[in-house]
Write a protein that binds this ligand. Structure first.
Ligand SMILES: *Cc1c(COP(=O)(O)O)cnc(C)c1O
Length: 430
């Protein structure tokens, strides 16, 4: 599909990036289950390796099924290009890789997916990178955390675990003033609810494992480039602006302009890090994306109903859903994610740790799993699972206090979900 500007989201989520298969006319995007692609002749092969001609060489770098997904996600996010990878965590490393060098740091929000907190606070240290965790509601603290070695700001649009909403306009004003890229994890919102590039994001990362695929079948990730960042202006991003020794001295920013990040991510990132998405995973995710808007509407509708019901219930202390008028983030919904505050939030159960454990064991429709963004409703008691190594103080700071459970509302009948929560709360607080 060519003229993507004039089509609506519902059309693009089905058609963007895809065309009938030129060889067979197959209407659905085939799963190109192949590792390599035959070169027309030696000259063609050389042109591909020189990046003078765009085409397929080897599936660690590019694959036609994955390429359709890349174009689809880029289009839905309003970016110029995207690179898919093996997981959401791979996407985060792929986003940072062209920007960072040993000794560099990133300034990141304290409100992040638990696995991301570990990746940023521990694992990236092995690369000589570091992260400074800051409350992104405190703009002065964000500004103060930036130093000469900072190479990016990182936050989630709708943030874990409580469904808090980041003021992306305020944060991108800070990153712009500092001449730094802003990376936004848009997993919980999806481009249907929030388009971070319109709020100043440079790169958008996704765990496609979650809502984009939607049925909890495959892991995957994506990095979308806005194409708007000037990589040469500050001299801080030599891998993008200077001759890159890992690609025979190619100057990516000069050669590829707005597509520099995308080409770098494929030619150097995927080639050398190998965090590649396989075509089967791309197929499942393409299937999922076709119904993204329909599912997100239902996720939001159900989450709103259930959050309102829980907030009124005497067995519940508080509910963090940003779509509730009582939420301090309610005012940001219209600005940042006008179609709704997503399907993810936490609530505190009277009776504390013991009651939470009984609650998750008593639910029948909700599954007790470490996942989110499934058609199925999911629940996790973080203090006894994902956050059990932390002290109570650390759990509280992370929004995962012992009396708190996180739920990811699915697209089942809201009345059934409420009845399930009702019977389980009765058992939990008896
Ligand atoms: C799940 C998740 C990730 C990590 O993605 P994986 O696909 O599990 O590697 C990152 N960010 C957020 C917000 C997530 O929900």
């Amino acid at each position: 599909m060519s003229d993507t500007d004039s089509y609506g989201f519902d059309t693009l989520q089905i058609h963007a990036g895809a065309r009938p298969d030129p060889a067979t006319g197959a209407r659905q995007t085939p799963i190109y289950q192949t590792t390599a692609y035959v070169f027309r002749d030696a000259e063609h092969a050389a042109a591909l390796f020189n990046l003078q001609e765009v085409g397929y060489i080897y599936s660690r770098l590019t694959n036609p099924t994955v390429a359709v997904l890349q174009e689809r996600v880029a289009t839905l996010e309003g970016g110029v290009g995207a690179v898919c990878c093996s997981s959401g965590h791979a996407a985060q490393i792929m986003a940072l890789f062209p920007l960072m060098q040993p000794g560099c740091n990133i300034v990141v929000s304290t409100r992040l997916y638990g696995g991301t907190v570990t990746q940023f606070s521990q694992t990236i240290k092995r690369f000589g990178w570091s992260a400074k965790f800051v409350d992104f509601d405190d703009e002065a603290a964000v500004r103060a955390a930036i130093d000469d070695d900072t190479r990016a700001l990182f936050c989630e649009s709708i943030a874990n675990p409580g469904g808090y909403i980041t003021d992306l306009d305020a944060i991108s004003a800070i990153s712009d003033a500092a001449g730094l890229p802003l990376i936004v994890d848009n997993t919980s919102a999806t481009p249907y609810l929030c388009r971070p590039i319109e709020h100043g994001a440079t790169l958008v990362v996704h765990s496609t494992t979650k809502y984009l695929t939607g049925n909890g079948t495959v892991t995957g990730g994506a990095v979308v480039d806005s194409g708007k960042f000037d990589w040469a202006a500050s001299g801080k991003f030599p891998s993008m602006s200077e001759p890159e020794p890992a690609y025979h001295g190619m100057k990516f920013a000069e050669t590829f302009g707005p597509l520099a990040f995308t080409f770098h991510s494929i030619a150097v990132g995927l080639r050398d890090l190998g965090m590649t998405m396989n075509p089967q995973a791309a197929h499942y995710t393409l299937m999922g994306i076709e119904t993204l808007s329909l599912r997100m509407e239902r996720h939001v509708e159900n989450a709103s109903k259930i959050a309102e019901w829980l907030e009124k219930d005497r067995r519940v202390d508080y509910v963090t859903y940003a779509g509730l008028k009582s939420s301090p983030y309610y005012g940001r919904v219209e600005k940042i994610c006008p179609k709704g505050a997503g399907g993810l939030f936490t609530f505190a159960v009277k009776g504390g740790y013991e009651a939470c454990v009984k609650l998750v064991d008593s639910l029948e429709i909700f599954s007790h799993v470490a996942n989110l963004g499934d058609t199925r409703s999911l629940i996790i008691h973080s203090a006894s699972t994902t956050h059990r190594q932390l002290t109570v103080e650390q759990q509280e700071a992370a929004g995962a206090a012992p009396n708190v459970v996180r739920i990811s509302i699915g697209i089942e009948d809201a009345d059934d979900l409420i009845a399930d929560l009702d019977q389980a709360l009765t058992k939990a607080t008896a």
